[in-house]
Design a protein around this ligand. Structure first.
Ligand code: ADP
Ligand code: MG
Length: 281
């Protein structure tokens, strides 16, 4: 099987104040996590707050090095002792965060936001950078006219589209999305999820999608991994996990989640799809 990204026995320790004699104590946020995602598929990571989802996401996105374990990208072992992976690898993996406003510089025009990764990582000419950035704005449902605008001029959903566009500028194969729609209104969530589904299909992207919202997971996931207190307590295909949650923690999680959202999201996505199909022939 050809996995885009695979992890074995990943652990992560944080050193925080509060140890004996004024020293640090260790919090083990990940206790030996195994996972794998095939190319073009979506692995959803669910679990309560503090279960280690974001910690794992940052490791998969090559932002943080784990304390131990093995991470493979496209079959090659990532040297986790090196904090800065090589350019080639770095550009293949991108991250999208929950709060797009926090991750956008308020004084930077959108065009510059999108061109910046190319300035740092490629030797593409200024003219071509602009051309590619404008094309990407169109891809994510914005337009070239947005090129010279600032982040505050956009809605939450549009800002998340900008963050997604920025993530795609270097043609990555893997997107790590940490609660990417959790801050958005339900109707806007549906639009952004729909966009992500379209982009995944077009570019054969692999997604690691962190969410605490099972309705979103049900819509987007191929495989589901449930975390609790730094451990994977359940994993399987979406169908398996939703049809028959076996772990007590998963059953509890499912019982506590309202299932109405998913129907609303699905209905909106279907309506928009139908509309667009009608328009294009
Ligand atoms: P989740 O995203 O599932 O809410 P996190 O990965 O953010 O969980 O956190 C997992 C655990 O690690 C929590 O106990 C949290 O308090 C701790 N933790 C996360 N980040 C840090 C950090 N930078 N320093 C110390 N502890 C942290
Ligand atoms: Mg988190």
């Amino acid at each position: 099987m050809n996995f885009t990204v695979e992890g074995k026995a990943i652990t992560q320790d944080y050193h925080v104040p509060g140890g004996m004699f004024g020293g640090a104590k260790t919090v083990r946020a990940l206790k030996g996590v195994d996972f794998a995602v095939e190319q073009g598929k979506t692995l959803a990571i669910v679990g309560e707050s503090g279960s280690g989802k974001s910690t794992l996401a940052r490791i998969i996105a090559l932002i943080d090095a784990p304390s131990s374990g093995e991470l493979r990208m496209d079959g090659d072992v990532v040297d986790i002792s090196r904090r800065r992976p090589g350019r080639g690898l770095r550009s293949k993996v991108q991250m999208v965060f929950q709060n797009p406003y926090g991750s956008l510089n308020p004084r930077q025009k959108i065009g510059d936001v999108l061109m910046e990764p190319m300035v740092i990582n490629t030797s593409v000419s200024t003219a071509e950078r602009q051309e590619r950035a404008e094309a990407m704005l169109v891809k994510v449902g914005l337009g070239p006219e947005h090129f010279n605008r600032y982040p505050h001029m956009f809605s939450g959903g549009q800002r998340q589209r900008i963050a997604i566009a920025r993530a795609l500028m270097l043609n990555p194969t893997l997107l790590v999305l940490d609660e990417p729609v959790s801050a958005l209104d339900l109707s806007v969530q549906a639009q952004v999820l729909n966009l992500l589904a379209d982009l995944q299909e077009e570019f054969n992207l692999t997604y690691v999608f962190v969410s605490h919202d099972l309705s979103v997971v049900k819509y987007i996931a191929d495989d589901v991994m449930v975390m609790s207190q730094g451990e994977v307590v359940e994993k399987g295909s979406r169908e398996e996990v939703f049809a028959n949650p076996t772990h007590p923690y998963t059953q509890q999680l499912f019982a506590a989640t309202p299932v109405t959202n998913i129907e609303a999201i699905r209905a909106r996505v279907e309506r928009r799809r139908a509309l667009r199909m009608g328009k294009t022939g």
